[in-house]
Design a protein around this ligand. Sequence first.
Ligand SMILES: [Zn+2]
Length: 180
Amino acid sequence: MTTRRHALALLVLTGCSNQGPEPPPFTEPTATGPLVEITDFDANGKASPPASVSSVRLDGEQWRARLTPLGFSVLRMSDTELAFTGKYSNHHETGIYQCAGCGTALFSSKDKFESGTGWPSFTAPIAATNIQDGEDGSRREVRCHRCYGHLGHVFPDGPPPTGLRYCINSAALRFVKINF
Ligand SMILES: [Zn+2]
């Protein structure tokens, strides 16, 4: 008498994952542009002296592969996320907010305040070297200095010590927790 065993092949159906809000895993971008002065921060949030690094210049398809659809709309098309919908509008952990496009440190939780606007708001960038601002009609637009991604706008109605309100899209940011 023989017994025959039949192995069961289990088909595990995981289903298609939705295009959720989480971006693809962050990788260092290919840096091909002209040199720019950027201030880097270590894992403890300590600043290094500003240093020259290659700016990040990618084409549209390369940016789409790196970003969520909303991240692409904000950073590369200068769109604005809806108020009170971004993941950092009501976010109070300590750490550094980096550019979602290139990883450059942009803002610190130390400078974040409750503006009531529904967008993450800061009184200052983490380092003046790391952002650019320029005219955008009647407003001043804020961009990442390394990849030129659109971040948001800066307004002259913020609290002390600067009196400025950097009104930034969550979709343009990537938070890294640090215990200062
Ligand atoms: Zn950037």
